[in-house]
Design a binder for this molecule. Structure first.
Ligand SMILES: [Zn+2]
Length: 95
């Protein structure tokens, strides 16, 4: 009984770790937690690592850029960042 409880706790902890990894890679944390719990965290790990990282710079649309102050995605035409309020974010990044 104790070993079954330990396995269950390990399963849930691993599923939550998959949620953190999924969020870090720009994927749905809730969806990957559910998938890890239903299938296996051991199957989710290689899948997550093989899938494209949605947070990488190459996946940013051409009309968006990262704010140099808070790193949120903002429009290239915006006069200031809507998240942190930094002024002239466009001029700060484009040389
Ligand atoms: Zn900002």
């Amino acid at each position: 009984m104790e070993i079954q409880f330990a396995l269950l706790v390990s399963w849930v902890v691993c599923a939550l770790l998959m949620a953190l990894l999924a969020k870090h890679r720009g994927r749905s944390a809730v969806g990957w937690t559910f998938a890890s719990l239903v299938f296996s965290p051991l199957a989710a790990l290689p899948l997550l690592l093989m899938m494209k990282n949605m947070n990488s710079e190459e996946n940013i649309p051409a009309n968006l850029m990262r704010c140099p102050h808070c790193s949120e995605l903002i429009s290239r035409d915006a006069p200031k960042c809507k998240f942190c309020g930094a002024l002239a974010a466009t001029q700060a990044v484009e040389f």
